[in-house]
Design a protein around this ligand. Structure first.
Ligand SMILES: [Zn+2]
Length: 145
């Protein structure tokens, strides 16, 4: 008899606690006012909507400024990379850097990059011991000048 009565009393108290919480909340809202709550909820909703839009537009602007699409100058592999980050071609391994919307080779100071147009090799056999190979190379100035 006693445990049953105790459980019933406990359930009654929990129901009263719920009603008491509702009454305290209603009293707070009516005395302080609900305007600040609505304003803060409105600010929160505006922030939740505007922050992702600003982030998406900003990231697209940054990508449009810094993403470079082009071909490897050594092997003509199509590449995509970021402007400030030096990279290497995944196909041929040449060190590359994006400059003026295209990829250029990263070369040590003093290296001259030229385009070879025609190579003719003529082997003349003058004798048994002296083999002379004549190679004609046409060299053009760099393409980006
Ligand atoms: Zn390459």
């Amino acid at each position: 008899m006693a445990p049953n009565g105790f459980r019933q009393l406990q359930l009654n108290f929990s129901g009263m606690g719920c009603w008491l919480t509702l009454a305290i909340g209603f009293g707070l809202v009516t005395t302080v006012g609900i305007g600040w709550l609505l304003k803060s909820l409105l600010v929160l909703v505006i922030l939740l909507i505007s922050v992702p839009i600003v982030l998406i537009v900003g990231s697209q602007f940054w990508l449009r400024r810094n993403l470079v699409e082009g071909a490897c100058p050594a092997c003509s592999q199509p590449l995509t990379g970021f402007r400030p980050i030096p990279m290497s071609c995944p196909n041929c391994g040449v060190a590359l850097q994006a400059k003026d919307g295209a990829f250029v080779r990263v070369a040590p100071e003093g290296t001259i990059d030229v385009n070879v147009v025609n190579v003719d090799a003529v082997r003349t056999d003058a004798g048994d011991t002296d083999e002379v190979t004549i190679v004609d190379v046409d060299v053009l100035p760099p393409a980006d000048s």
